[in-house]
Design a protein around this ligand. Sequence first.
Ligand SMILES: Cc1ncc(COP(=O)(O)O)c(C=O)c1O
Length: 418
Amino acid sequence: MTTNRSFPAQGRPWSEVQSAMAEARKGDLPWRAPRIFKPAYFAGEDLVQVANAAYDMYISDNALYGNTSYPSLGRYEEDVVAMMLEILDAPEGAGGSISSGGTESNMMAVKTARDWAREAKPGATAPEIVVPRTAHPSLEKGAQMFGVKVVRMAGSVDWRADIAGMAAAITPNTIMLVGSAPPYPYGTTDDISALSQLAERHKLWLHVDSCLGGLILPFARRLGKEVPDFDFALPGVTSISVDIHKFGYANKGVSVLLLRDKTLERFQRTTFDAWPSGLYSTPNITGSRSGGAIASAWAVMNYLGKEGYQERVRIILGIRDRIIAGICKVPGLYVIGKPDAYNFAFASKEFDMNAVADAMEDRGWVMGRAGEPASIQLMANRAHDESAEDFVADLALAVADVRAGRAVSRGVKAVYAT
Ligand SMILES: Cc1ncc(COP(=O)(O)O)c(C=O)c1O
């Protein structure tokens, strides 16, 4: 790769810049491919085209001015929120807003709960949130930035939130509980129903991180799959985050934070007008942001409709189930918990999974790794329709190599993002 660390004194033609970029990109992974099992939210070429075309239409429009200069973007925001509230069984009077991604939605949930608690729980002088072992690090980020302490469970119970541990961790300073539907590490949805009861009993905010599952689980349920309760139908659920740029199949930069009661939004917003340019009031961390992602969300949701989402969920869950069935046939491997969405992990009590992961990488597969226990993490997508059986066949060979001592671990550690 040609690097160019100094700011060039003179510019050069776009054709040259473009070929430098094409060259630089040669070392990157494609964002989706049959042998890549790291997160890629691919459900069909047609969806990529629709999302990209809509993104392109709004690429330069600033969503910060969605209520003033670009009313169509403001309308898309409202429509996307309304569609999500509908499929997540929100009651009359619910609301929500769009953010740039799951991290921002979760961070804003922490901020909103903190400001709500100043009014609703004045005894919580040093606010704390209680989260399962598997809760996403974005909650830590929000808590650090908003001056809230995180009490994270030491482990899971049956691969789900340790409900008894969370109940025992509640103190007068607790303002919020979190559950995930499903969490990233194992894909096994927490017992949100139990958390809802706990939240109601202690008058706490319950945030459900459904960034991964919010556009899968409702459709899996319609397909007759067994799906745990996780949405606003549970009376203790106060807020839900869902990423439209994941299994909504929009381009990166769009998620929703939904609130059971839209009047809670006053705790979310930053509102300020004591400066020369007038009122500034936004529900996000970000200011300017591209309208492209919001436009792509609206476009894909209208292109697919509920029926279209249901059909993509049917196809991808089918691919996931073929992979899981194959893994279960390899002696010594087990799938962790009961995956509810497309992401899951598998492990072994008999041999070193890091050695298996290395042996698979040697065969050209790209996968996630996790600890607790050492495991391989997969996220199924449409591209795996053509590779599911090859993956399982190579897995059986990799396991045989590890069992026979022909493959050993290179000592690679799990890394989520750096
Ligand atoms: C459960 C969960 N929550 C939050 C996030 C953060 O989302 P983002 O990467 O869009 O900020 C992720 C990302 O994978 C996730 O899996």
